[in-house]
Write a protein that binds this ligand. Structure first.
Ligand code: ARG
Length: 459
């Protein structure tokens, strides 16, 4: 059958609906550059082992360079009848070089070719994502002006204990650091070359897989051709890591959306990163944060899509795997768009210091510090907990704060309490009293901030 690279055994043309149903050119064209890179390495190897001549390899490499430029300039028309980017490039090569072009696919199948391309593509994306995550970390760490500010810390969204405001920024910095490490880990594990696994069994031809692996920057060739042909673990792993980034971004967005409400009143976002309402003139909405939260659904859905896609597949390549790219690309694109916007939002948001300070002594943020004061005076922890619970109840009945109680009132409940109790009461004192490693106390936070500033300045 004319036109199809695989048409030799067919006597009827492919049904047009089938061509439209099976094509992937509409979503895999972005692999053009890595496809060319992989093919050029393959051609160099074929020449090295004597399967094609050196001149033929040179011709192939030059023609592939030209074809890539034409694709990038939109000069090559895509057609569903050529299925995917790999067949488009190969057919353009054959149109140019004739029989020489027909030699490129020697000792290779689209199965190892596709996986090689995806790995090359996601490797670059991982490197880019790492930079974006680093920029976001830098944005949080740049907010060192907030070091003199105290924020309430919450559990169950109820006021819990006070912390230095920068403790919040470093909490996110830590989360994004683990995300970076997960990506680096994923990169390390995926960096084994599929090229030369051919369809599923390897090849009878004397190819040199070590050479192409090295040429393309892989650690080594992957060892089992059957495994390679079916393996998409690396995409599931990558998109799972992206899902965690999405979850981190989404909960950060949720927190700041709450902080921007009149009810919280902690934060004001810059005008440039908010939008208005078509009917309510007063509105300034945190749409970007809401969409960061909303778009996380796409990323999490993509990881589910990959898991479900893979779970029932026998060895080795099955066409189902073509759908992998839709999920992976959606996740990568979405995370990138969120990470590109997030740093500006972080840098430009203003904490409403007066509003925060005016209510920082609400909610008994100092209750735990008071309990620990008792522990340091030999009161057993559970007893101290009970005593402070009673004192809080007393304050609630009197509608006052712990620091408003008189020494007599304190001593009636706990004779161990002295006049120095007032040194740990109030949010400011309670934060200052925090001293453990990793705590939200001022010294601890200043120390951690310095570590992060040095760490992020390094590269
Ligand atoms: N477009 C396909 C994919 O992305 C290419 C592989 C087709 N291989 C095959 N043996 N039909 O997975």
């Amino acid at each position: 059958m004319a036109g199809k690279a695989w048409g030799g055994r067919f006597s009827e043309p492919t049904n047009e609906q089938v061509e439209l149903f099976t094509e992937s050119i509409s979503f895999d064209a972005r692999l053009a550059a890595v496809d060319v890179k992989g093919s050029q390495a393959h051609a160099r190897m074929l020449a090295e082992v004597g399967l094609i001549s050196k001149e033929e390899a040179d011709q192939i490499q030059t023609a592939l360079d030209e074809i890539l430029i034409e694709i990038q300039q939109g000069k090559i028309e895509f057609s569903p009848s050529l299925e995917d980017i790999h067949m488009h490039i190969e057919s353009a090569l054959i149109a140019r070089l004739g029989d020489v072009g027909r030699k490129l696919h020697t000792g290779r199948s689209r199965n190892d070719q596709v996986s090689t391309d995806i790995k090359l593509y996601v490797r670059d994306e991982i490197d880019h994502l790492d930079k974006l995550l680093q920029q976001l970390q830098r944005a949080f760490v740049s907010r060192d002006d907030d070091l003199d500010l105290i924020l309430p810390g919450y559990t169950h969204l109820q006021r819990a204990q006070p912390v230095n405001a920068v403790h919040y920024w470093l909490a996110y910095t830590e989360k994004f650091q683990r995300d970076r490490e997960r990506l680096a880990d994923c990169r390390r594990r995926l960096n084994f070359s599929p090229l030369g696994a051919a369809a599923l069994a390897g090849t009878t031809l004397p190819i040199d897989r070590d050479q192409t692996a090295k040429d393309l920057g892989f650690t080594a060739p992957a060892a089992n051709s059957l495994d390679i042909s079916s393996d998409r673990d690396y995409l599931a792993e990558l998109v799972s890591s992206l899902s965690l980034i999405a979850i981190h971004l989404s909960s950060w967005a949720e927190e700041w959306i709450l902080w921007c409400t009149t009810e919280f009143g902690f934060m004001t976002l810059s005008d440039a990163y908010t939008t208005g309402s078509s009917i309510m003139p007063q509105k300034k909405n945190p749409d970007v944060l809401e969409l960061i939260r909303g778009k996380s659904a796409r990323v999490i859905a993509a990881s589910q899509q990959l898991f479900v896609l893979m779970k029932g597949l026998p060895l080795a390549y099955n066409r189902d795997l073509q759908e992998d790219k839709l999920a992976a690309f959606a996740a990568i694109d979405t995370i990138k768009s969120c990470l590109e916007l997030a740093p500006s939002i972080v840098i430009n948001a203003k904490l409403n210091r007066d509003k925060i300070a005016s209510r920082i002594d609400d909610g008994f943020l100092d209750a735990t510090a008071l309990m620990e004061y008792l522990i340091l005076r030999q009161v057993p922890m559970r007893t101290g907990h009970e005593i402070v619970g009673n004192l809080v109840a007393l304050c609630e009945s009197k509608n006052c704060r712990l620091k408003d109680l008189s020494l007599e009132e304190f001593q009636k409940t706990a004779p161990q309490i002295d006049n120095d109790v007032y040194d740990v009461l109030g949010a400011e004192n309670a934060v200052s009293a925090l001293r453990s490693f990793g705590s939200g106390g001022h010294d601890s936070v200043r120390h951690q901030l310095k570590l992060w500033q040095d760490r992020l300045a390094e590269n």
